[in-house]
Design a protein around this ligand. Sequence first.
Ligand code: 6A9
Length: 818
Amino acid sequence: MITLSRLLLFAALNAILGHSIALDLDDYSKANNQSLLWAPYRSNCYFGLRPRYVNDEPFVLGAMWFNSINAQGLAKVRHFVEQGDKLDKYGWIWYDPRIGGRETIRDSESNLQLNFTFVKSHSGENWAVQVEGDLIDKNKEAAHSIVIYMKQNGKEDSSCYLNQNDIFTKNRNELSFTGFSNELKGYTIKLADENSKFYKDAVPPLSPDCDPSKPTVLSMNIPDDQLWKAKDVFQSLLKDSIQAHVETNPQLSANLIPSALTIRNIHNFPPGNVQYIQQTFEGHFKFNIIFNKKGSKDQIAENSVDHLIVLAEGLVQQKFNKKFGIADNSLYRDFAQETFSNLLGGLSYFHGTHLVDRETAFDNENFDRIELLNSNEEGPLELFSMVPSRAFFPRGFYWDEGFHLLQLLDYDSDLVFEVLHSWFNLIDKDGWIPREVILGDEARSKVPEEFRVQNPNIANPPTLLLAFSEILSRAKTIQEEMLESHLQENYQYEELDSSFQGDKLNNNPELLISYAKEIYPKLLKHYEWFRNSQKGMLEEYMEVPSINSKVHMEEAYRWIGRTFTHCLPSGMDDYPRAIPPDIAELHVDALTWVGVMTRSMKQIASVIDLVEEIKRFATIEENIVENLKTLHWDDDQKLFCDITFNDDANTDEALRKFVCHEGYVSLLPFAVKLIPHTDVERLKHILDSMSNTTTLLSPYGIRSLSKTDEYYDTGEVYWRGPIWLNINYLCLDALEYYFLESPLKKSEGQNEELFLQARTLYKQLRQNIIDNVYKIWKKDGYVYEQYNHKNGKGSGVQHFTGWTALVVNMIGKLPEEL
Ligand code: 6A9
């Protein structure tokens, strides 16, 4: 909390000086907007681009590919990221949305090695994508069709359009388009080829308009809400076309296939808002798609794309090295950069309506799954967020996002700010944010129907506030800031200049103060919503003497919406809870998370100097810390546990029944640092629990559930044993906080042994996790949703690009004394 007091000092100074140290929130946002305007924000596509703003006519680009050497290729058009595509590997090897990146794809089924390299001009207004591909097996024939589609809305007579220009003007491998939209104004897009070999059949094409030895363009109209079906549209156009070929030419032979799988306008569509461009290559190919805003000062020249790529890669490497401090010769260097790039590669911009059921209540004693049948479409809303998995979960998840931001904070706090800001904008009139944010048809298409509808009684761990607190604690001190403020204005593209650093927020705490002021009322609403909606029925326990004498009546919580088998709101879906469920049960993790939220609110109130509020939150926080002990600490098992009401009790004391399951839930108060430093006794018990290899500690990390628990390794085996990186990260962080950085460390000699034990655990746990995740990545090429508790193998969703990337932060940070 040292940093917090410095922030306070800054707040005071700021009040005295007025606004003399200026970079106000508006300027700050503008700078962020520029460098974050364009990026592959359609992370659900292997490659999909759009700008980060809302309007009715956003420019959208998507890429698809398939091997058109035989008819089977048509069924294997790649577009959205799908695990079922069984690519050998795909993902970003270096990437920063402000600068650029390279995604590599290895698709042996299509015999294709493919790279998409995305770069921007320094102003962020212009961009280029280089598409480069080659055969994997040179002995197998292939005709690689790359299909790019672009959309720019506009009615024929209106000002927004994207038209194909003078096709083949300079040479026949160049296509160009001009476009206009209200946001972008005029722009041009060029597809230019660098001597790739187009596919040329020995036999003449079926007709001149489907000649694979040339690029083909088809323009047509697709309504906005159907664009996500771009691939289906393409496939059915080809099917129609094949049908037409067959009608005119019944002897269609197999070697005419690349031609027959070339798009053509048999329906005579008039020019529309969508352009499909198909190019079919044999062997190595490489072409650039270049977007230039008209009148822009740093337009991208065709022959400068390669150079720009070299520069961008250099900058991204430089930023990564600077922020994470992983040595170039480290065993983990490439693994870390790739894994982190894939987290960033999930950064997405969503816009659209979502489905909300505001009627269904959860106030009965029925713990079967409640169907949400009263949904309405609400919005449109927008969301700027990362995603847990581009293939399986390409949408916003509330508690995942807090972890994503904790990771990103080490790298680009300005980007963290943008994402946080976007999520906080979702807080509705009642203070609610949905657990899953599924905006628009494109996002919806990836969610089974029964999971689409959200309900405002359902919560999820408030990790976003954890991340916001973290930003506040890290903001630089005023002294440092004054020293540095004049050394910043150096705008040379070759150097990692300030516009790419993402450090503005850290360097300008006053921005945080302004933002904290602005957002405070909304956050307060969110906080109150959480407390009210998840309130537990503590009254039931008033006959329990040990509770009655000590408890703070306001602070007891339960997750609304748990069922017999699952507690999805808690985030740890199948972690065991009381059986049978009871409306009077109280969840220790729910109380803990309210504690986290309260502590963050206290911190925000401190930064903006709301004296009464600081006191109020401090009291609530203290009460929560005490209630954790009074209500949830089981002194027999030495664990924090859920409790439930026991009707069959034979003493008053026994009316409370502890529901103890040693694992992530029992560790949580420790993991989020809610146990006072002075509570050495409990810290010791928790440390023992974490260090115990017969219960929680495995060679791959801390198990979600103790090996000795009756539910261990049963049912779905989701949060009942497997190793999850998010909670392991919190545990490492807490170990550091309590035992490595703690002021207790030096003063209290009698705890020597405890510190030794904690240090040993910290080192071992950290190394176990890094070793295992790295080993599996080496073997499979991916990181996973979780890791098996028995053999360390990756399990759950493959290429889970969300919180598993926290391994990078574990590699990056190692306290000096270790
Ligand atoms: C099911 C499946 C085609 C489950 O990472 C997101 C969440 C976590 O927040 C949560 O803690 N995951 C964890 O227990 C994945 C949840 C997926 C739910 C939607 C639809 C569609 O697959």
